[in-house]
Design a protein around this ligand. Structure first.
Ligand SMILES: [Mg+2]
Length: 426
């Protein structure tokens, strides 16, 4: 019998903001950007939800519903760091941790009961550590499968723990509405409702063959899930897949010097974020979009992971030269770093002297920038950069899907972000 935990942070982005600024506690807080902007709500506090605000709602609509709300732009890197703190706690109990977003994970604790005691004791300890050490609220569901654990954590919100006893899965799910079953989206729910179904229990009682005629193979799966049957394993992985920066030029350019300077600047931004996490990357990907919207990208994997500007730039510069094959101006340039591992650079036996020198240098630069802002120093080629060239710049993890849709209409495509979804649903 498996013991699966689903840990889900409560209003994660908001909670991180409240930890930084306790005056926000108890207030309607909305993370996503300026309410006059075109963005959507990335996360909101329970106080804001009381006014009908929810994730993915346009900010302008949120402002109409809750004019007194505090609107915050959100600082993705703060959430990322807090997320890594949470995952460090989770991994103290089992290596079998499956992140599904920055603030959500499944843990299979079946094999570590002897070490840590009853699964419920593990759930309680995790809950206490996240609250005590990180001052962040979380909810935990405990069950024999991922699907039931997930529903349980949702029912435990806010800041609670809920255990579904083995054998009670179907009974636990039965009275809940169809939409509470993971995997049932609005359109599936609508089709099920048109069959006269309202609760998960009604779905569970249907003969699988009947649903199969309507939904095909997913029909059989649906009835199984409605009964709480889900054998899917907990699959380990990393929550952060990549960090990157890209910029759209104010004026399209074919000037190699300018392109290289922008690339150096983007590299600096990306590696600085790596160092702050702290993480290291092995793969460098360069993306380039020509003025006619043709987009090309190319990756190269380094022999060893790095977080140093010089090493990333050397590779990114080569990639740029190999991609610049057309006599067309460039509209967008982006660099992203993936294949990440946690921690600072390992001692490099060969050439450590050089690395140590650079490491000290970038540490000094990072400190200056932390105190006085990014632009207080410019390093190397980035010094050649004209301020105008940087206006279109952005992180590769936007809180503004609405803006992306606008850009897609213009043919811009969304940034290739391998990371998790940035809607903080609950
Ligand atoms: Mg959550």
């Amino acid at each position: 019998m498996r013991q699966i935990l689903h840990v889900d942070m409560d209003t994660f982005f908001v909670a991180v903001e409240q930890r930084l600024d306790p005056s926000l506690l108890g207030k309607p807080v909305i993370v996503g950007g300026h309410p006059e902007g075109r963005g959507v709500v990335a996360a909101c506090s329970y106080e804001a939800r009381a006014f009908g605000v929810h994730s993915a709602m346009p900010l302008a609509q949120a402002l109409r519903l809750c004019p007194r709300a505090v609107f915050l732009r959100g600082a993705y890197d703060n959430y990322l760091r807090a997320s890594l703190e949470v995952f460090r706690i989770l991994k103290q109990f089992t290596p079998l941790v499956e992140p599904t977003s920055l603030d959500e994970a499944y843990l299979d604790v079946s094999a570590c009961l002897r070490l840590h005691g009853h699964a419920m004791a593990i759930a309680e300890t995790i809950h206490e550590r996240i609250a005590g050490r990180l001052a962040l609220p979380a909810s935990v569901g405990l069950a024999t499968s991922k699907i039931v654990a997930k529903v349980a954590s949702r029912r435990a919100k806010p800041n609670g723990i809920l255990r579904v006893l083995p054998g009670a899965e179907a009974a636990f799910l039965a009275p809940l509405s169809l939409r509470e079953l993971p995997g049932i989206g609005p359109s599936t729910a609508e089709r099920l409702q048109s069959l006269g179904l309202r609760a998960i229990g009604e779905l569970a009682h249907l003969p699988p063959a009947m649903l199969e005629t309507v939904f095909g193979k997913t029909g059989r799966l649906l009835t199984q899930r409605a009964r709480g049957i889900d054998a899917s394993p907990v699959v380990t992985g990393s929550v952060v897949k990549s960090v990157g920066h890209e910029t759209t030029f104010e004026t399209d350019t074919a000037d190699r010097g300018e392109l290289e300077a922008v690339l150096a600047h983007l590299t600096e931004k990306a590696t600085r974020r790596l160092r702050r996490l702290p993480m290291q990357a092995r793969t460098v990907t360069l993306k380039l979009r020509y003025a006619d919207f043709t987009t090309v990208s190319r990756s190269r994997t380094l022999r060893a992971a790095t977080d140093l500007d010089t090493e990333v730039y050397r590779t990114a510069g080569r990639l740029l030269r190999s991609l610049l094959t057309r006599r067309v101006r460039v509209r967008l340039l982006g660099v992203s770093l993936s294949n990440l591992c946690e921690g600072e650079r390992q001692l490099d036996l060969f050439g450590e002297g050089r690395c140590a020198k650079y490491r000290g240098f970038y540490r000094a630069v990072d400190t200056l920038r932390d105190r006085f802002g990014f632009d207080v120093v410019t390093v190397g080629r980035a010094a050649l950069l004209q301020p105008a060239a940087r206006r279109g710049e952005r992180h590769l993890n936007p809180f503004r899907p609405a803006l992306d849709q606008e850009e897609r209409k213009k043919g811009e495509g969304t940034p290739e972000e391998g990371g998790p979804s940035f809607q903080d649903a609950a």
